[in-house]
Design a protein around this ligand. Sequence first.
Ligand SMILES: NC(=O)C1=CN([C@@H]2O[C@H](COP(=O)(O)OP(=O)(O)OC[C@H]3O[C@@H](n4cnc5c(N)ncnc54)[C@H](OP(=O)(O)O)[C@@H]3O)[C@@H](O)[C@H]2O)C=CC1
Ligand SMILES: CC(=O)N[C@@H](CCC(=O)OP(=O)(O)O)C(=O)O
Length: 348
Amino acid sequence: MSHTVAVAGASGYAGGELLRLLAGHPEFEVRTVTAHENAGMPVTAVHPHLHSYSGLEFAPTSAETLAGHDVVFLALPHGRSGAIADSLAGIPLIVDCGADHRLTDADQWAAFYGGEFHPPWAYGLPELPLAAGGTQRSALSGARRIAVPGCNVTAITLGLAPGIRDRIVMADDIVAVLAVGTSGAGRSLRTELLASEIHGSAGPYAVGGVHRHVPEIRQNLGAAGARNVTVSFTPVLVPMSRGILATSTARLAPGIRADEVRESWEAAYGHETFVRLLPEGSFPKTADVLGSNLAAIGIAVDEAAGRVVAVTAIDNLVKGTAGAAIQSANLAVGLPETAGLPVNGVAP
Ligand SMILES: NC(=O)C1=CN([C@@H]2O[C@H](COP(=O)(O)OP(=O)(O)OC[C@H]3O[C@@H](n4cnc5c(N)ncnc54)[C@H](OP(=O)(O)O)[C@@H]3O)[C@@H](O)[C@H]2O)C=CC1
Ligand SMILES: CC(=O)N[C@@H](CCC(=O)OP(=O)(O)O)C(=O)O
């Protein structure tokens, strides 16, 4: 039996990607799409690539328009989903693409986001290997409220979590530098993203440990088994629309040999559909995963530096948001985890 769906914030980048993927989903049926300033506009006026939504208009985002659906996806700015979710108590499943229900620590929320703290929901990263055994997938089966990870967080977490869980690498000195595409910032006008300024240039932002994803990375690697996580995370905005390439490095644990490293990542991801460990000596490019729900990972041991290097590529709008949301929703309602989700990307 199909599940009726509403997407709030459907006029944004994440919401638009949800609509694109949901149009091909066998069991989720989009009935309502909502927007803020674009309320009243046809979907195709905002998303001209979403031809199958021709004739549908954005409704305003409110408890009334979202009520009565089996599944509600929220793709709203940070701080907007908490309040609206509180008014949707009767909805069987809500999946929040924003940050409002990700963090477990109210002090960290206050330090990095501010505003009202909302208790955490089931965290939507099914492949995350847990210190307690198994993966985060078990927390999503039957879940009624799901928080989708931040896109940068997904890339760093998936890159390093196997080695953390297996005590192959140390968590006290992690360095992660990410090349990130402009769509991660959302579609709302940002003067720093004017085409004339972004093309032909790359530049860092949120430098010096202030990016709001830092506590979420610490939280995830803690769930994988790290006691004290120190992570230096620097995102670099690069002139591409989609994609994240995360280069994350961590110190090898004492006594670990280089040949023991790969086994850990193979054990964690060998059976995963949406996380692909590349062969020895191969490293991903963002172009390899665009449009796909895949995280592609290449690992190497830098023996001279005593560090493991994990390079992860994801499409920020698919595995980084909308794909992760649908994958988690599939698990929550008991559908095949892969339903409606592409493994293959688009190229060139
Ligand atoms: N872009 C990405 O790669 C990722 C995004 N996310 C998360 O997804 C969420 C949406 O991000 P994204 O799509 O990029 O952002 P966009 O700016 O592209 O879209 C924001 C959406 O929210 C609506 N909106 C804006 N202000 C309000 C408001 N005050 N009340 C209700 N709705 C409002 C907008 O409507 P309108 O345009 O009609 O005004 C639009 O539909 C965010 O929480 C983001 O962190 C998560 C991971 C990755
Ligand atoms: C280019 C750019 O600004 N990218 C965003 C991506 C964040 C994101 O999408 O994750 P959230 O859901 O936590 O917002 C950033 O680095 O903050």
